[in-house]
Write a protein that binds this ligand. Structure first.
Ligand SMILES: [Zn+2]
Length: 292
């Protein structure tokens, strides 16, 4: 059995003979304890697109350099499924919340149920919540009501929020300000606005979630956001099964493609891939309150 583990710039190669089972377990523990691995801060492995091979895929994560994953709820049902996954896999955590496009299903009892789910020890955030004006429905008014209600739930539970915002920069910033989200913290995930909007979010203590879009050929705006936002405020995400990076664009995404995003980020920030992985992992742990 061959172990390759990177402690920053130092690399150890430890070769074990077949009888070293106990030692092997200890070394596996140490490698996973100290090696910096990519933290996928936003994934949807509860999605039916993973029904055919979810187990094999998740079993391949550690060898693929992926450490922790947060499976993010987008509806009441997927919030429940996210927690089920988090209980099945020690490296997966869950976020519970209802996506702006799904808020028509919400009423007072959904907030009550989300409150119950949020008490679970594997629940690390309220999300994804926010505003999406790309489609005409649900109405902006309804989206705003449930965005605010779920922010209030996060405040009450002490959990950070995962914001989804598309074609709704001004209203999102207004609500972030009026709800004083700087006391709550969190991330604007799959960030799609300008570097100036990113700076405003960072000023409120928020992280910027960046994924596959950074690698797209027409991603000039995204590259500028990555250039101008301090690496200490960036976290990595897939949003899988959506938004696969190049060269997989258009295919089903998964966390094993994240090294492609790391490579591009290292190039844009002019830093090593190891540093991108280490710093973004630390940021994610800090935001979600997950220790090693
Ligand atoms: Zn998502």
């Amino acid at each position: 059995m061959l172990y390759l583990c990177g402690f920053h710039e130092i690399f150890f190669v430890i070769k074990l003979n077949d009888g070293g089972c106990f030692l092997e377990k200890i070394l596996t523990f140490l490698v996973l304890r100290f090696k910096n691995m990519i933290f996928d801060t936003h994934a949807h492995y509860d999605d039916e697109q993973f029904d055919i091979d979810r187990e094999e895929l998740l079993a391949a994560m550690k060898d693929g350099g992926i450490g922790n994953i947060v499976d993010v709820g987008a509806s009441m049902a997927s919030s429940e499924r996210a927690l089920e996954l988090a209980h099945k896999y020690d490296f997966i955590y869950a976020a519970v919340g209802v996506h702006p496009s799904e808020v028509e299903e919400m009423d007072d009892s959904s907030i009550e149920r989300l409150r119950e789910l949020s008490k679970d020890e594997k629940c690390v955030a309220i999300g994804e919540i926010g505003l999406d004006y790309h489609w005409p429905d649900p109405s902006p008014e309804l989206q705003k009501i449930w965005f605010k209600r779920q922010i209030q739930l996060a405040r009450e539970t002490g959990l950070p929020i995962i914001i989804h915002s598309r074609d709704a920069a001004q209203d999102t910033l207004e609500i972030m300000k009026s709800e004083h989200v700087e006391d709550i913290g969190g991330v604007v995930h799959c960030f799609s606005y300008s570097a100036e909007v990113a700076a405003e979010c960072v000023k409120m203590g928020f992280y910027i979630g960046i994924g596959g879009v950074l690698t797209f050929k027409n991603a000039r705006k995204m590259v500028e956001v990555a250039e101008k936002t301090p690496i200490e405020k960036i976290i990595l995400e897939t949003d899988c099964p959506y938004l696969a990076p190049e060269p997989y664009r258009g295919k089903r995404n998964n966390s094993l493609y994240l090294p492609n995003v790391v490579r591009k980020m290292a190039e844009v920030k002019n830093m090593s891939e190891e540093d991108v992985i280490r710093i973004t992992e630390e940021n994610a742990r800090k935001m979600y309150g997950i220790s090693r």
